[in-house]
Design a binder for this molecule. Structure first.
Ligand SMILES: [Zn+2]
Length: 212
């Protein structure tokens, strides 16, 4: 997976959803980029500066709080896209746990029940026959789907439990005057939650439509 992603994605056909954008492997780890596409480009209103900034503070905090000291998962980046139609979640995974290229995690395989992330939700299942792109293949990795939806579901819960926007002060933020309130961010967290639920019910990540 050396290719740069998203510039070959047809953004006009891009719908809100949870996309597996990229996987990069090095040594014993995989770094995956998840595209949390909240708004349909050129149709929906993009996130405002205040919405993106506030969600960034809260989501980045909630994801890091939830992952905690799990040694198999490390948060790398959680933040808005420049086009303001969504967020990227970049996480590093222990390759031994997320051996997604070996086919071990295809339909019929078992989730790792011993993992914190293997308890409550079902494994994703392979679906959507006919999708043969790298994105299609990545979208069917049940274990990663399971980990990502688990992190996002629990991060939304974390945001809903927050009393105030973290680091909303001059010392901890470079432009804290643009931060909104918890009401704003809970609405955005609700949007993410709806996308996650949809993804879980489909049993797969959404799949990019590429430019011909
Ligand atoms: Zn800030």
């Amino acid at each position: 997976m050396k290719e740069s992603i998203t510039f070959d994605v047809d953004h006009v056909k891009l719908n809100p959803g949870i996309y597996f954008a990229k996987k990069q492997s090095m040594n014993e780890t995989d770094t995956i980029t998840i595209d949390i596409r909240m708004r349909k480009p050129y149709q929906d209103t993009p996130l405002t500066e205040s919405e993106a900034h506030t969600l960034e503070h809260c989501l980045a905090t909630a994801v890091r709080d939830y992952i905690g000291d799990n040694h198999d998962i490390r948060p790398i980046y959680i933040g808005p896209m420049g086009c303001m139609t969504g967020f990227y979640l970049v996480i590093q995974l222990n390759g031994k746990v997320f051996d997604s290229e070996t086919g071990k995690n295809d339909e019929g395989s078992k989730c790792d029940e011993s993992s914190k992330y293997g308890k409550d939700s079902k494994c994703g299942k392979s679906s959507q026959a006919g999708e043969d792109s790298k994105y299609g293949r990545l979208s069917k990795d049940g274990k990663v789907l399971h980990v990502v939806t688990d992190i996002l579901t629990n991060s939304v819960i974390g945001i809903n439990n927050m009393q105030e926007v973290p680091a909303k002060n001059k010392l901890m933020c470079g432009n804290y005057n643009t931060l909104g309130d918890m009401q704003m961010v809970r609405a955005l967290a609700g949007e993410i939650n709806a996308l996650v639920k949809e993804c879980q019910s489909k049993g797969a990540f959404d799949i990019y439509k590429l430019m011909k």
